[in-house]
Structure formats: C-alpha cells, structure tokens
Design a protein around this ligand. Structure first.
Ligand code: PHE
Ligand code: ZN
Length: 883
C-alpha cells in the first residue's frame, strides 16, 4: 500500500514504493478573496501498470475543506469517496487509461500561522510547500517522486493584488468583472508539488535581464514590499553572477524565460527554490549599507546563489523521497560554497564553513538529535532540514571531489545531469554516476551517508633522523551514538603536506603503506600507516589540509611544529587550523582552571604567534580577522565535552580575550583605526575583511583597557551598519548595564524603529549579552510592543539568539533561562510548530552540562514534553532530546 503515514508516525526508507497512480499534468485555478481562497485543481491521472483495478486513490490533505469533486467532468457521487481534512480517498476509478479528477478546496490563508501552504504575509498572498505544504492547498500525491507540468490561473482583486505570480512562464493575463483580474502561468518542466509557488500582492519590483551562454534571454525580477525595491540591487547582482558561474563551472544554463524572486517578511526558513519563482525571507534579499552588515551581504549572496543553483540540483533532478534530502541540499550547499570561494576567498570561505560545521553539525552529530546524512526514518520531515543533511552533506560532496580530483568530479557531475535530468533520484544514483564516470569504487565511501557520528582521526608521527624516514600512523574510530547506525571504518581522504624548514612542501623519495595519491592519503582501515622515505630534514606535518574530512582530529603535534606551521604552511587554511587547535587546548585548560578557582594562564608563545599572523600584512585582512576570532562559548563547551560549567567557560574566554587584547594593544590600536577601508562604503570582500579586522581588534583592545570611548565613537560616527553594530555590540556586551550602553541602544532603536530587519538585530544583540540578568531582560523584551512571536525572524532574534548564543544566561544555574524558553516554545508551538521545533533544538547539548544545570534542563524539557497538544514537530524534538 502506498498510503501516506499519518502525521507523527514513523516513516521508514525501507518502506518506499512508487505511487499506484501517475500524475500526468496539473491544472489549477486559485481565486483569492479577503478571508478565503477557492482552489480548483484538475489532475490528469492514470493507474500505474500492474496496480490492481480496485485499488483506491489516496490523496494527502492537511486542514482542507473539500468543496467539489468530479471525475472526467462529472460530479462524483458521495458513495465513491471519503474526505476529511487530512485525506481524500476515491474508489471506482478507471482500471486503465487516462482520466481527470477535479478537486475543489477552500482554505483561509489569513489564519494560517504555520506559514506552510498558502498564507498571508503583510497582506501578500504567498505559498511555502516544501516539504509537505502543498497538501494544505489541495488534495494531492504530495511526495517528491510525483512529477508533472503545471498550469496555474490566479485570480484576485486588481487593487489588492496587481502582481500575480506562479511557476514557469507567463502565458496571458487580463481584467475580469468586479475589479478583479487574472494571470495564467505555465511551467513546462515536470516538477514535484513541493516546488509549487504562488504569490499575489501589491508589490514593488526591480527588473533586469540576463542572456544565457546559448543566447536565451531571461527576464529577471525581484519583488519586494512597497518602497523597498531599491534595496534588492545587490541581490540582483548576485543572481546574475550565480547564473554565469553555474554556466562556467558546472555547464548549467537557466531554462525558462523569466526568473522571479519575491522577498517576504514572514518566512519559516531562509528561502525556497520554487521553480522559476524563488520565495525568500526578506532578510536574504534586502540590503543597503545603512541597515545591513557585511555578514548580511555575504548571507544574501550565498542564499541567492544557493536557491538559484537548486534549479539544477533539486529541481531538474529532484529527490525520490525525503530520505534523499541531502541529494539536493548537501550538493547545493557544496555548490554555493564553491561559488563563495570563487567570488571571495577560498581560504576564508573554508574557514567559515568549517567553523559553521563545528558549531552546528558537530554538536548535532554528537548528541541526542544525531542522525545520518541520509536518515533511515523520521516522524516529522520538517525536523530533518538540519546541519547534518545540509552541511555534513556538503562535506561528503567535497570528499568525493577530493577523492576523484577536479576532473573526475566534473565527469561524474556531467554524467549525473545527463542520466537523471527530469527524474527523482537517490543517493545511490548520485554515487553511481561518479563510479561509472571514473571507475573509482565508492562503496565504502557511501558509509558516510548511512553511519551517523563524527569519527575521530588520531595521527601519530615518528621520524627516524638517520634514515630520513617519516612514519605516520592513522587510526580512525567512531563511537556508537543515539542513531545507532554502525561503526564500520570509513574511506577518509586525508589531505596533507610535509612542510620543510623553508616553508615549502618536501617531496619524499618513496612512499609506502596506506594508499597515497598526490597529496591525499586514502585511509580505509581502522588503522594504517604511511612511510615516507628520503627526507633530508624532519618536516612539520600539515595534516587534514582544508579540513578534507569531517572528523575530530587528534594529533599530539609538538608546539614548535604547530607554531612553525602557523607561520609557514603553504596551506593557509591549516595555518588557521593549527592556531585554533592550540587556542582550543589552552581554553579548555583555562576552563578547568577557572572551575578550580585558579588563575587562567595562556602560553606567551601562542599569543605571539597569533599576533604575528594578525600583523602580517601579506595576508588577507579577512583571514587575519578569523585568526583573532576566538571560538564561541558554546564551541568551547563542546570541546570541554562533559560536566560543562558555562560560567567557567565564560570566565576563561574573557580572561583570554583580555590577555590577547593587552599583549596586542599596540597592533590592535593601529588596526582598529588605520586598518579600516577609506572612501565610500563598498560591500566587497576585501573592504568587508578590513572592517572585520578593525572591529575585532577594537573589541579585544577594549576588553583589555576597559575604556569604552573608542567603541562609543565607532558607534556614533559609523557611516555603515557593520561599524555601527560593531561599536554597539562592544558597548552592550562589555559594558552591560552602563548608561552609555543604554543610551546607545535607545538611540539605535529610535533611528531604526520602522525597519524590521534592523530591529531584529536590536533584539538579538540584547538577548546575547553574557550576563545572568539577561534572562529577565529577555522576558521583558518579549513584552516590548515591537516583539511579535508570530513573525519567525522576530521570534528567532530574541529567543533563538538567547538559547543558542548565550549559554551563560540560557543555562543559568537556577534554571530560569531554560524554563523561560520552554514556556515560550509552548506558546510558539500553537502558532508555528516548525519554528518552535527549530528553537527547541538549542537544548541538544543539555546532557554535557554540570549536574545542577543538567537537572534544571531535564526539568524544563520534561515539563514541556508533558504539555498536552504539542505539535508533532515539537514533540519529536523534545522526546528525542530527552531520550
Ligand atoms: N529548500 C530550502 C533551501 O534550502 C529550504 C527550505 C526547506 C525552505 C523547507 C522552506 C521549507 O534552499
Ligand atoms: Zn537548499
């Protein structure tokens, strides 16, 4: 039976089977009115070969009202069907041949606070269908392996909605009686229902055009709320650069006459790749220098690219079922990372991605919410849009690239596009394309998709001076975790270099042991060694260059070697990595010292090495800023691993910041002023890097001096949001409760009161202040007139920031922080289960806390789990977190 599992029941990969019926085409008429929408959907269907003639058609629904039902144009009698809000079952359908089923539904977009299906955001009608939102618009076989071309007619009041959009190409439009009008859209590319989209409203537009490599002209448009279209200019530029890049790097062209993007205020995620009509959280479209930071610019560029790249990896080739989600998401993240590397800086991009992976994916992979990149089962698919699927999924694509080389990777991708265009594919299809294109055996590699957890890679080196022989022994291990998916050895590509005294990579005369191809060791067994012969001097071993595999590296490298690498390694990523590892070790020791109440000490040689790199003007400013950016308190907590006391973590980190600030005072004073870009604001990567370096320097300098005047000046004199927010953040974080911080916050609020995206920053900043009193301040801000739990960005800016970026206050010893979040989650769950479930994942590391705080977390979670009527989204997260 291919019947859908009811909500909240476990869905299993092994149970996959195709639908009984095939959908050949979808025609929809959507009539929009104040207070309701009337939808008529005509499906062209046929029974699949071999399916019994009496098998009923079972369609998914969710909170639907059926208003009519007709078979081949004839109203169906009640005895042939059963309908309820979540399903429609039709009997007596033709045994063979094509037929049509016309389904009328009525919905109320105005009361749709889940923001799934058709809803209204600031009056604009818009849709979100991934993963299972289409069934909230009409009854359908709402699963990604049901592909069909769509024709959509939208009708609405002309004044309320002069703009009427759907997927594909515009066909026609015109006036109707009663002040109404219509538009007809046709999408010729067969697509799954999760890519359906419709937007209608009174919107402004920014237009442009693009000509593809083969000469197809494409009309580009970005629609925004009234008055904001000029803020879409950078996003428009990013669209055109993405289109060109995909042609040049992956040979992929755009395939419709129009490409439309709409920026929406109320959106559950970042953005959505609907065919020809991408819908975005306006945070990832709208920018100008006065309201957006450099980080925001980079975010817009990445998300625009990501959604555009989905046109091939996701839309043209989609997923057979939701277990294959990483097929589109991991690959598309990988592609957007390569784009950023090309457009900005490969090293800085890699550092940023690895930082993100360690901050978000590692704790997921090492805690109760652990799951493989390709999950085997789920209760609620919404909860699997995770760092593991997206970011570890991207790492797996990168490893395939590392294993096959650029050429082999390209051949494999080309074959994948050629073979599976227009299909709903699986991970096996993807991997097989690379195998068939190159002859490489990737069967062992495929374990990465199926076994959860972060493997540990332990590396030891031995050098025989007399013989000039270096032996590396590599041991991989994987601890069984919550997902319980096995611990077989992986195929791990370990990129490396042997750095000689002059900083160049040394070439050994001979290599034996584990397979080495070029600069990559292919580790396949639990333990293997590699022997390098004929080395004239002892090299410093640069291991896991560019973080060539998502593992926890354990290497007891001498401090001297590590420090030498920090100056000399030709692989810049690893210069950052060795320093970060040393800092990490020092910080964990510092946390232990803080807990004992002894002084936190920091190796002067390490400070010196950090300052040497930061002061090295031959290096990119953005890279130097990364070196100066200490791991976050959450990240330090993860490194400590168990019995974590967030107060000790905070103390150790702050004392380290003061120490680096004091030792580097002279350099930082110089960088903080002279290092800033001059002239008019430009968001380019180099200018952004200079601002990042200057502002990080100012932050550390202020931590050392305790003098707030420079930060106040940066805030006051700023001509852009990056500097303004940097100054404000120093004031608010380092001088919490001071009159100066309060005045700056008020001034900021008054100036940007009418700008929601900036107000989100104002809320987030205050929620992140590392001070125990932040719990009460956050509770107070939740009563602020501008707070609105129903807007996902606002809810996340206050409570998401508090719970994810403020471990000190969130885990306050009396449990008040965790309790506050648990109570809000309950309220939020009634409005928007997806957003409440997402914020609830911030509890995922509760078991690593020291006993008292752990007990408080358990109490908050247990209380929440016991509330009646939780959504399947939230209860799934809470139950797995507690288990
Ligand atoms: N598919 C979207 C992306 O990653 C994310 C998304 C998932 C958006 C589910 C909405 C709902 O590009
Ligand atoms: Zn995506």
């Amino acid at each position: 039976m291919s019947s859908p599992a009811p909500r909240g029941e476990t869905v299993r990969l092994e149970d996959y089977r195709p639908t009984d019926f095939v959908v050949h085409g979808v025609e929809m008429t959507v009539e929009l009115f104040e207070g309701r929408a009337e939808i008529e959907t005509t499906l062209s269907l046929s029974r699949r070969n071999g399916v019994p003639a009496d098998a009923p058609l079972l369609l998914d629904g969710d909170e639907l009202e059926l208003t009519s039902l007709a078979l081949d144009g004839e109203t169906l009698s009640r005895s042939y069907y059963e309908a309820d809000p979540s399903s429609l079952r039709v009997e007596g359908l033709p045994a063979s041949g094509a037929f049509t089923l016309s389904i009328g539904t009525r919905i109320v977009p105005e009361t749709n606070t889940k923001l799934m299906g058709l809803y209204r955001s600031r009056g604009v009608w818009c849709t979100q269908c991934e993963a299972e939102g289409f069934r909230r618009i009409t009854y359908f076989l709402d699963r990604p392996d049901v592909l069909a071309p769509y024709t959509v007619r939208v009708e609405a009041d002309r004044a309320a909605a002069p703009v009427l959009l759907s997927n594909g190409n515009p066909v026609e439009g015109g006036p109707l009686d009663g002040g109404r009008h219509y538009a007809l859209w046709h999408d010729p590319h067969p697509k799954p229902s999760y890519l359906f989209a419709l937007v209608a409203g009174d919107l402004d537009v920014l237009t442009d055009s693009f000509t593809t490599a083969s000469g197809r002209p494409v009309d580009l448009a970005i629609y925004t709320e009234k008055g904001l279209a000029s803020r879409a200019a950078y996003a428009m530029d990013a669209i055109k650069r993405s289109m060109r890049w995909d042609e040049e790097r992956f040979g992929r062209e755009y395939d419709l006459d129009v490409f439309n993007v709409v920026a929406i205020s109320d959106f559950n995620m970042g953005a959505m790749e609907n065919k020809g009509l991408n819908v975005f959280n306006h945070k990832y479209v709208l920018l100008d220098s006065d309201t957006a930071t450099d980080t925001d610019y980079a975010g817009v560029e990445t998300v625009i690219a990501h959604e555009y790249f989905h046109n091939w990896t996701g839309n043209r080739i989609t997923c057979r079922d939701w277990f294959q989600l990483c097929l589109k998401e991991g690959l598309t993240v990988y592609r957007d990372q390569r784009f950023t590397a090309d457009e900005r800086s490969a090293t800085v991009e890699r550092i940023g991605s690895v930082r993100g992976l360690k901050a978000h994916q590692f704790p997921e992979d090492q805690g109760p919410l652990q799951h493989p990149v390709r999950p085997r089962e789920y209760k609620e698919i919404n909860n699997f849009y995770t760092a593991t699927v997206y970011n570890k999924g991207a790492e797996l694509c990168r490893m395939i690239h590392t294993i096959l080389g650029a050429d082999g990777f390209k051949k494999g991708m080309d074959l994948y596009f050629e073979r599976h265009d227009g299909e709903a594919a699986t991970i096996e299809d993807f991997v097989r394309s690379f195998e068939d294109a190159t002859g490489e055996d990737l069967q062992q590699f495929s374990l990465w998709y199926n076994q959860a957890g972060t493997p540990t890679l332990a590396v030891e080196e031995r050098f025989d001076e007399g013989a000039g022989r270096l032996t590396l022994s590599l041991v991989q291990s994987l601890q069984p975790g919550a997902a319980d998916t096995g611990t077989e050895p992986f195929h791990i590509p370990v990129r490396f270099g042997l750095v000689g005294p002059n900083g160049a990579d040394m070439e050994p005369a001979a290599v034996s042991g584990a397979e080495v191809r070029g600069d990559v060791i292919h580790l396949r067994k639990a333990r293997e060694s590699v022997v390098f012969e004929g080395l004239g001097a002892r090299p410093a071993v640069s291991i896991l260059r560019d973080f060539s595999a998502p593992v926890t590296l354990e290497m007891r490298q001498s401090e001297d070697d590590a420090l030498a690498l920090s100056r000399l390694d030709p692989n810049l990523f690893n210069r950052w990595r060795v320093l970060t590892d040393l800092v990490g070790r020092a910080l964990t020791a510092g946390v232990a010292a803080a807990r004992r109440g002894t002084d936190v000490t920091f190796d002067p040689k390490l400070v010196e090495a950090i300052l040497a790199s930061v002061g090295d003007e031959t290096l990119e400013p953005a890279f130097r800023a990364q070196i100066l950016q200490l791991p976050s308190e959450s990240e330090i907590g993860r490194m400590v691993g168990s019995d974590v006391d967030p107060a000790a973590v905070h103390a150790a980190r702050e004392s380290t910041r003061r120490r680096i600030g004091a030792d580097g005072a002279e350099l930082f004073a110089k960088l903080s002023e002279a290092g800033r870009p001059s002239g008019a604001f430009s968001p380019d990567a180099d200018s952004a890097g200079r601002r990042a370096l200057a502002n990080t320097a100012l932050d550390l300098l202020t931590a050392a001096t305790g003098d707030l005047t420079a930060a106040e000046r940066r805030f006051r004199d700023a001509d852009n949001m990056t500097d303004r927010l940097a100054g404000l953040s120093i004031l608010v974080n380092q001088f919490a409760g001071s009159a100066e911080a309060g005045a700056a916050l008020d001034a900021f609020f008054r100036r940007f009161e009418d700008d929601d995206l900036v107000l989100d920053k104002w809320f987030a900043l205050q929620a992140g202040v590392p001070d125990e009193g932040t719990v009460e301040r956050v509770a107070g801000l939740a009563r602020h007139p501008r707070f609105n739990l129903a807007n996902p960005n606002r809810a996340r800016s206050l409570f998401g920031s508090f719970a994810s970026a403020n471990p000190l206050a969130f885990n306050r010893a009396d449990g008040a922080g965790q309790r506050l979040v648990a109570e809000v989650l309950l309220d939020l769950d009634r409005l928007n289960p997806q957003v409440s479930a997402r914020i609830a994942t911030t509890f995922r590391s509760w078991k690593t806390l020291e006993p008292r705080r752990r007990e408080k977390a358990r109490e908050a979670l247990t209380w929440l789990a016991g509330r009646p009527g939780l959504s399947t989204d939230l209860s799934d997260i809470v139950e797995r977190t507690l288990r």
